[in-house]
Write a protein that binds this ligand. Structure first.
Ligand SMILES: *Cc1c(COP(=O)(O)O)cnc(C)c1O
Length: 432
């Protein structure tokens, strides 16, 4: 498989180079030259395949021969060595739980896959690779965990001070060793801006071998297709494909779902469930894409004012607005609606969502109210305990802390405080 830059001004590259570079030299996102078509037999009889086999079949054409088959199978197995169950919440609403990985959010899948691929690629390099990443909350923990102690890789994580939950902060600031956390006085967009400038900076790129681990990296983006196929495997009513509601911020996850669909996975409709950051819902109404400053919400991992991956969705639909509108609708949901949803679903269905999952649930429910004959899935993208400070006052109960989380909560935070602005980041990186 070859990848081209969406800015069209850079050479095509293979999976290895796309993974190592992150962003193309012309600052465009990489996009696969072809979308693989999976056999009908596989889609129809997906229940006969193990999760490992499904994941391997899906990702293999994207990786090509830059990783040997046995090595890739091993990477895939390690990536998905936790459950991804589909649970029935109401008669027509199902939850795909993506939070059973080590940092309890779906980003574990992409981060684990990418760290292992990059680890494989740099094994025989004598230059260290520095992974530079901005996080709105969950990416940082997943990347820190995925790359912790991977030889030859240093990780620098930028996160907005005071805008991530306590659990999220612990997950990205307590590991130490090759993981460095920069606490930025600003919002997520400031962090992302600093990272973008770093990749464009000549001095830095001369000194360091920089790569990104944001969802723009193909090695993080593409494996997210796995859980859509796992959902399909668990979907009972194969005659009636699901509506899928995806809590969306940077739009990497939903874009991977759409890719899975283009490869043959049946999906009736995608819903991009957004919080108050409503650039995409507005775009689908007006056909006018207007980036905005991110506003802070209780579903903080989706506080993105200019979603990077949306251009990939446009590319997938060849920039045909009407085709896109046939497959994608979008809602913007307020914090009050999110809280109300968490409360109602907990009281009436005895199911506890996190704020992001609640946004997905609300959007799906809105749609199903008008289409009662259909059934849908919302992605429960994080464990509620990651956001217990939001969840507990709403349900007026404590959220039990899973055992796996206890050790990290006892550790001390180690971060480096920094004002927003690229110059500060540059100074820090040049001194390393
Ligand atoms: C990152 C994240 C999202 C948003 O996913 P995108 O791929 O950026 O759209 C939603 N929910 C949670 C819990 C997340 O961590």
């Amino acid at each position: 498989m070859k990848y081209y830059s969406l800015n069209q001004k850079a050479p095509v590259v293979d999976f290895k180079e796309a993974t190592i570079r992150g962003l193309a030299p012309d600052k465009g996102l990489y996009f696969p030259e072809q979308i693989p078509e999976l056999e009908k037999e596989f889609i129809q009889n997906i229940n006969n395949y193990s999760d490992e086999e499904i994941a391997f079949k899906v990702i293999h054409p994207y990786v090509g021969d830059v990783i040997p088959e046995n090595e890739l199978r091993k990477i895939v197995e390690e990536t998905i060595n936790f459950e991804i169950p589909l649970l029935k919440v109401t008669e027509n609403i199902f939850s795909l739980e993506l939070f059973h990985g080590p940092t309890m959010a779906f980003k574990d899948v992409g981060a684990r896959f990418m760290s292992r691929c990059l680890g494989y690629f740099v094994k025989n390099n004598n230059q260290k690779v520095t992974v530079l990443v901005a996080t709105s909350g969950d990416t940082g923990g997943a990347v820190a965990n995925g790359f912790y102690n991977v030889d030859g890789v240093e990780v620098v994580i930028l996160y907005p001070s005071g805008k991530v939950s306590m659990v999220q902060e612990k997950q990205l600031t307590t590991l130490g060793n090759n993981i460095h956390a920069l606490e930025i006085n600003g919002n997520f967009d400031d962090c992302q801006q600093m990272v973008k400038q770093a990749f464009a900076d000549e001095d830095l790129n001369k000194k360091l071998f920089l790569t990104s681990a944001n969802s723009i990296n193909v090695a993080r983006w593409l494996p997210q297709q796995f859980y859509y196929f796992f959902a399909w495997k668990q979907w009972q009513d194969k005659e009636n494909p699901p509506v899928i509601s995806v809590p969306s911020g940077n739009f990497g996850n939903i874009c991977a779902g759409m890719l899975a669909h283009f490869s043959g996975m049946p999906v009736d409709l995608f819903i991009a469930a957004c919080n108050a950051n409503n650039v995409v819902p507005e775009f689908l109404k007006t056909e006018n894409y207007q980036p905005k400053k991110a506003v802070a919400t209780i579903s903080n991992a989706m506080d993105v004012g200019d979603p990077s991956n949306f251009v990939r969705i446009l590319e997938l639909f060849h920039h045909r607005f009407l085709d896109l509108k046939n497959k994608l609708i979008s809602y913007s949901i307020s914090d009050d609606e999110t809280r109300q949803t968490m409360k109602e679903v907990f009281q009436e269905e005895n199911y506890l969502t996190d704020p992001h999952g609640a946004v997905g649930y609300f959007a799906l429910n809105e749609y199903l109210k008008k289409h009662p004959e259909q059934k849908g899935i919302f992605l429960e993208t994080a464990h509620p305990v990651k956001f217990y400070d939001v969840v507990e006052p709403v349900i007026q109960q404590a959220v039990p802390v899973p055992d796996s989380l206890q050790p990290i909560l006892k550790k001390d935070k180690k971060s480096i405080s920094m004002d927003a602005g690229f110059e500060n980041l540059k100074e820090f990186m040049m001194d390393r």
